[in-house]
Each structure stands twice: as C-alpha cells, then as structure tokens.
Write a protein that binds this ligand. Sequence first.
Ligand code: ATR
Length: 265
Amino acid sequence: MHNRAFAELGINFRYAAFDIEPGQVREAVEAIRALGLRGVNVTIPHKVTVMDYLDEVDAEARAIGAVNTIVNDGGKLIGYNTDGRGYVRSLTEETGVDLSRQSALLLGAGGAARGVAVALLGAGLASLVITNRTREKAEQLAEHLQAIHPQASITVQPTERINEALVDATLLVQTTSIGMHPNVEASPVSKEALHERLLVSDLIYNPMDTKLLRDAKEKGAHTHQGLGMFIYQGALSFEYWTGQPAPVDAMREAVWDALRSRQQA
Ligand code: ATR
C-alpha cells in the first residue's frame, strides 16, 4: 500500500517490515535515528511500550494510550496514532454519516475500541453507549472518555441489555474479535435486534462481510466494512511522513491486489 503510494507520487521512499522482539524496542527506536529513517509504523505488541522511548507523543495518541506512527523530525521522534482517525475518515467518507447526529453503541472496550471512541468523540459524536463482556473495562473506558469530553453523554450497558440499547442507537461500532476468521458464523448481536435506522460498522476485515454485516444488510441497515480503517490509517501515516495528500485510491487498489493474490495462492 505504501510502496504503491510512493511510486504513484514519485517519492523516493521505501516501506519495509521489521520483526522486533519485545526486549528490543528501545534499540529499534534508536535505530530510527541512527539509520535516518523518516518514520515508521508500530504494530502489535509494541504500540504502548514504544511511547516510553519517543521525544514527544501528540495529545490524541496520549488519549488513546498507543502510538502507531512515528515521524523522525531531524532526529526528534514524535509519536502519533492514526488508527482512530483513520477509522473515522473511512466511516464518514464511505458512508457520508453526520457523526454529530448519531447515537452510537460501541461493542468492546479493548485497544481498538479506545482508539475509535477517542476519534469519534473528537469528530463530534455526542452520544455513546459502551457494552463489553468484561463490564469493568467498559466502565474504565467510559470514565477515561468522559474526562476528555465532559459534554458528551457516555454510558455503559451490560451485554445482556444490548438489544434494548440498540433500539435507540443509530450507529453500531463493532470492535471485538467476534466473527473474525475462522469463527465466521459468530455475531455479537442477534439479527432480530438490528433495524433499518442503523448504520452497522464492523472493524473486522477478515472476512470483509462478517455475519453481523450480512445480518444487518438483510434487516435493511446500512453497513460499513473494516478494510477502510486499515487503508485510511495508512493514508494518514503517509501524510505525516511526506507532507502530501495520500493517493488513497492507489493505496486501496494495492490492498485489493494483495488480497486477491493471497486468495489465489
Ligand atoms: P483489540 O486491540 O483488537 O481491541 P483487545 O484489547 O484484546 O484487542 O480487545 C478485544 C475486545 O474484544 C475486548 O473488548 C474483549 O472483551 P473483554 O474485555 O471482555 O476481554 C472483546 N472480546 C474478544 N473476544 C470476545 C468474545 N468471545 N466475547 C465477547 N467479547 C470478546
């Protein structure tokens, strides 16, 4: 995706993957300076620990508690998080939804939930209900978000009450691993509780059409797939490193090409 984008804009950069052991994060970060890399992405399991070794972490990444993008600004390493905003950009550009008018129900309270919730509230969402298998984690997340957005309505519902919570919801954001390959027939929500006033968004992109999204379509709801979040988090990282607008269509095409060739293999 990134190499296609560099080629598209004629930028003489290369994107490569490095496998870093948990005990080597400090050395890996020092290597960014020593090698003069313009930037890196950081992924699981290093998104939290890497923050200790940076010169600066921007406010949004601090609110999310994780960094997925580092920019090397003349030897000064600055951490950002593009996951949440990548999600919001995908959601709004692909569906046209007006966040300020939505009542959202968030399923899950892990790292991905935290990233998208911070970004959704930052983009103007005013009403959020959180539900999670482990209720304390939902409560901790709600408290954290409320401190950042005191004006927003942020509440927690037990998972047993998910159907009632859905009646008033207009946006359902699914961040758990339920429905991910190989459990493709699993869904966190019963089909009967879905309705046509809902926009159902699932962060899972393997498979792209999750059971939840298939059920949602059958019930006449609008749907939003998880692959866009992946593409737009990359597009935002690209913009930090290059200072240029990302060629999102070319990046999306590269991702599709990779997925197709993997399917054929
Ligand atoms: P990620 O970074 O992808 O969000 P995570 O931090 O491990 O990963 O969070 C996974 C989320 O999926 C959590 O909300 C988790 O619920 P718990 O907090 O109760 O663990 C949720 N989850 C995963 N598997 C689940 C399952 N089988 N049923 C219900 N929730 C599940």
